[in-house]
Design a protein around this ligand. Structure first.
Ligand SMILES: NC(=O)c1ccc[n+]([C@@H]2O[C@H](COP(=O)([O-])OP(=O)(O)OC[C@H]3O[C@@H](n4cnc5c(N)ncnc54)[C@H](O)[C@@H]3O)[C@@H](O)[C@H]2O)c1
Length: 264
C-alpha cells in the first residue's frame, strides 16, 4: 500500500545489510512513498551483504561510511546533498554491533575494548551523525531523524548484554540532541523501540533466540511488529503528519511494553 507520504523528500538510510534488515524494508517503503534515497553502510557490509541489490531496486546511490568515523560522515552528508540535489529531509539510523555478543562473552565477563566498540558503533555514532549534520546544516526544517532501539534500554533482558547499555545511551542522545536541534533548526529526533525481528543483528543475541521471539510474540497483545510494520511506522515518522513529534522513544511492539500479566 502506498500514499505518496514522502513525495519529493530526500533521505539517507543507514544499516541495510541484506533483505532481512529493518533498514531494507524501510528503504523500499520510503521509495514506494515517493522519496529519493542515498544508502550507506560500511565497506565490509558492502562486500558481505546485498546492498547493491537494494540500490538497484530503489534507484539509489550507495556511499560507504563507517558510522563511527566523522570524516566518513562528513563526506556522506556532503555527497548525499549533491546526489539528491538539496538538503536532507529524513535519516534512519539502523546501526548496531556488539563483539561481546558475537563472541559469546557474558555481560558479567565483558571485554571493555569490545564494550567501548559497542557503545561507539551502536550509540555514539548517532551523536556523530547528528553533530555532523548540524555542523554542515545538512537537514531541512522539520527534517526527521529516527534511530531504532529496543526495550532492553528500560528493562533487563537476559542475553541482550552490553547492547542494553548502548540502547539506553542512544535514546538519551535522541532526547538531548532533539532539544537543541528542535529549537534551533526545527529538526525532529525520535527513537523507535521495535519488537524483536529476525534480522542478522536480531538473531545474534545468543542461545534461545527462537524462544525470545516467541515469548515476545505471545506476550504482545497484537503480536510482534514485523519488518514491514517497522517500515510503515518509520514512513509515518518521516512524513509531514508527525511534524510536532520529537524527543520521544516510541514503542512499536504490539503492546509488549505496557503489558503485565495476561490470563490464558
Ligand atoms: N532485529 C531486532 O530484533 C531489533 C529490535 C529492535 C531494534 N533493532 C535495531 O535495529 C537496528 C538495525 O538492526 P537489524 O536488526 O536490522 O540488523 P542488521 O544486522 O540487518 O543491521 C545492523 C546494521 O548495522 C551496520 N553496522 C555495523 N557496524 C557499523 C558501522 N561501524 N557503521 C555503519 N554501519 C554499521 C551493519 O552493517 C548492518 O547493516 C539496530 O540498531 C538494532 O539494534 C533490532
Amino acid at each position: 500500500m502506498t500514499h505518496n507520504l514522502l513525495d519529493g523528500k530526500r533521505g539517507i538510510i543507514f544499516g541495510a545489510l541484506n533483505s532481512k534488515s529493518l533498514a531494507w524494508a524501510v528503504a523500499k517503503q520510503c521509495v514506494a512513498e515517493g522519496a529519493k534515497l542515498v544508502l550507506t553502510n560500511t565497506p565490509i557490509a558492502l562486500r558481505l551483504g546485498q546492498i547493491q541489490q537494494l540500490a538497484q531496486e530503489t534507484h539509489s546511490a550507495i556511499i560507504t561510511a563507517d558510522a563511527t568515523n566523522t570524516d566518513d560522515l562528513q563526506h556522506l552528508f556532503i555527497e548525499a546533498q549533491n546526489i539528491l540535489d538539496g538538503k536532507i529531509d529524513f535519516v534512519l539510523h539502523a546501526v548496531a554491533m556488539s563483539q561481546n555478543i558475537r563472541r559469546g562473552k557474558a555481560y558479567q565477563e565483558a571485554d571493555y575494548n569490545y564494550m567501548q566498540q559497542t557503545l561507539d558503533i551502536s550509540a555514539l555514532s548517532f551523536h556523530k551523525l547528528l553533530q555532523t549534520a548540524y555542523q554542515l546544516d545538512a537537514l531541512n526544517e522539520y527534517a526527521s531523524v529516527v534511530a531504532l532501539t529496543y526495550i532492553a534500554a528500560q528493562r533487563a533482558f537476559q542475553g541482550y548484554n552490553d547492547m542494553a547499555d548502548a540502547k539506553a545511551l542512544l535514546e538519551s542522545i535522541a532526547r538531548n540532541f532533539g532539544m537543541i536541534y528542535g529549537r534551533q533548526k526545527r529538526v525532529r529526533i525520535n527513537t523507535v523501540s521495535q519488537s524483536p525481528t529476525p534480522t542478522t543483528a536480531g538473531t545474534s543475541i545468543g542461545n534461545g533466540v527462537d524462544r525470545f521471539f516467541e515469548i515476545s510474540d505471545h506476550t504482545s497483545p497484537l503480536g510482534n511488529a514485523n519488518q514491514q510494520d517497522c517500515a510503515n511506522f518509520c514512513v509515518i515518522l518521516f512524513s509531514d503528519y508527525t511534524r510536532k513529534v520529537t524527543m520521544q522513544n516510541l514503542y512499536h511492539d504490539g503492546g509488549f511494553s505496557t503489558t503485565g500479566i495476561q490470563l490464558p
